[in-house]
Design a protein around this ligand. Structure first.
Ligand code: EPZ
Length: 431
């Protein structure tokens, strides 16, 4: 039974949206539960399909957990990893969600062994994990690859070391940081990722008794400890969800109050760029107000690691820039295949030319603004692309039916509910 979403065009977003806990913070935090035998309580976890996938893997390993739904868009998860009896992350779970690779560091660190399926690529790119493995080897792990699995062991435990990431890697930094927290001695991670989700993970690990400093900068120091205790921790707001709904206000000519975090701090470059594109931002209590100026101006965007423009907001921004009063350039520098939404947006009337560029960026989209989108049957190719099509459909003339909605549910919760409270209706239909 596949689900589709039917969207009537010419809708205007106007209201207040509570932003849920960050998917890309919750996933490493859930994996971190493997590091302690005491109770881990994670609050403000968004009830997403990806969270469910990570929980199913943890459950297979012997983690006991209870999920309490606090609202349609927030849950609390209690986890106990005091009787782990299985150190294998099987392919049938890992292939569903690559971030399950994040169990590698914790299992190695606490149990000195694990077998984790290689995640393989996904729609947006090959997504290798060589930096993850290189970091583990730097800490003294023995890694071998066989039949699509990573066999990792550290019979004498992990030892602190210095490791420099060849290029910035978000989950690579998270994985090696979690491996280092129970290693003997000091670890220094260079060219580390600086994303807010890294800071959130390090803050939680420190609350569990780890000794981590420098998180948020490109050099993170971890002083190994012998064990970590339990924690009660609130997950940070999802900056990518917030940016997505800010664009919803921009593309529909509306306004929205985004509640739940310091988004000016979480989205510095995005807010600068969207201000140039004609959105008006003002700070409000525990959030930010976004108002459309009524015109969408063309801008140039180059995706980059934090604090640069988030690649996870590239597809959504492109949808809005298709309606700008001029030509915009989007340079995707992180993922080699993250322009699949172009074909679907073009079927709705967008004018976009794509070219491969030189080594500085992976692909370039030249977006010439058009008068309007035309509603059409379209399909989602990946998580963020799926929402770019929803955004285009809200502004379009006529009706759009979006297929492969499971992509959307991986990273956005309670979308119908959040839109409905802002005067926008989208209808889920089971085909
Ligand atoms: C994280 O993916 C996010 N996922 C992605 O969000 C996000 O797009 C990405 O960071 C970049 O910000 C989670 O946090 C769960 P990387 P990750 O390792 O960690 C290369 C979403 O929509 N690389 O920072 O997998 C890689 O090919 C998802 O929520 C290696 O070469 O990304 C890429 O070009 C999509 N070898 C670059 O580094 C490695 O071992 C950045 O990748 C690791 C990465």
């Amino acid at each position: 039974m596949t689900e589709k979403i039917k969207i009537r065009g010419r809708q205007v977003l106007n209201g207040v949206i509570p932003i849920s806990g960050a998917k890309n913070a919750a996933l490493p935090l859930l994996a971190a539960s493997l590091l302690s035998s005491e109770k881990i309580l994670l609050k403000n976890v968004s009830p997403l399909a990806d969270v469910g996938t990570m929980l199913s893997l943890l459950g297979e390993m012997g983690v006991r957990y209870v999920v309490t739904d606090d609202s349609p868009y927030s849950s609390t998860i209690e986890l106990h990893a005091d009787s782990i009896n299985n150190f294998v992350a099987p392919y049938d779970i890992v292939k569903k969600m690559r971030a399950t690779i994040l169990v590698l560091g914790p299992l190695l660190s606490r149990f000195n062994e694990c077998t984790v399926s290689l995640p393989g690529g996904c729609a947006i790119g090959l997504r290798p994990v060589n930096y993850h493995l290189g970091g583990m080897e730097a800490l003294g792990a023995k890694i071998s690859l066989k039949d699509g699995y990573i066999y990792a062991e550290a019979p004498r435990g992990l030892k602190g070391a210095e490791f420099e990431f060849p290029t910035v890697s978000v989950t690579g930094t998270e994985n090696v940081m979690m491996a280092a927290v129970l290693a003997t001695g000091k670890t220094i991670l260079k060219n580390a990722a600086k994303e807010p989700e890294i800071v959130d993970l390090a803050s939680c690990l420190n609350k569990m008794g780890a000794i981590i400093s420098g998180h948020g900068s490109d050099t993170i120091e971890i002083q190994g400890v012998t064990s970590l205790h339990g924690v009660d921790y609130l997950v940070i707001a999802d900056r990518i969800e917030a940016g997505t709904y800010a664009i919803a206000a921009g593309i529909t000519g509306g306004r929205v109050d985004l509640i739940g975090g310091n988004f000016r701090e979480l989205l510095p470059c995005f807010i600068d760029k969207m201000t140039q594109a004609g959105l008006i931002f003002s700070d409000i209590d525990n959030g930010i107000r976004v108002i459309s100026s009524g015109t969408i101006h063309p801008i140039d965007i180059e995706t980059a690691p934090f604090p640069g423009f988030p690649t996870d907001l590239q597809a959504q921004s492109m949808a809005m820039l298709c309606l700008a009063d001029g030509t915009s350039n989007i340079y995707e520098t992180i993922w080699e295949n993250r322009l699949m939404h172009v074909a679907e947006l073009s079927r709705m009337g967008a004018e976009i030319k794509v070219s491969r560029c030189d080594q500085t960026c992976v692909c370039h989209a030249c977006v010439t603004g058009v008068e309007k989108f035309q509603g059409a049957p379209v399909f989602a190719t990946d998580l963020r692309a799926s929402f770019s099509l929803v955004l285009a459909a809200l502004a379009a003339e006529g009706e759009t039916v979006l297929d492969r909605v499971y992509h959307l549910d991986r990273g956005y919760c309670a979308v119908e509910h959040k839109f409905k409270t802002c005067g926008v209706t989208i209808e889920r239909i089971k085909k």
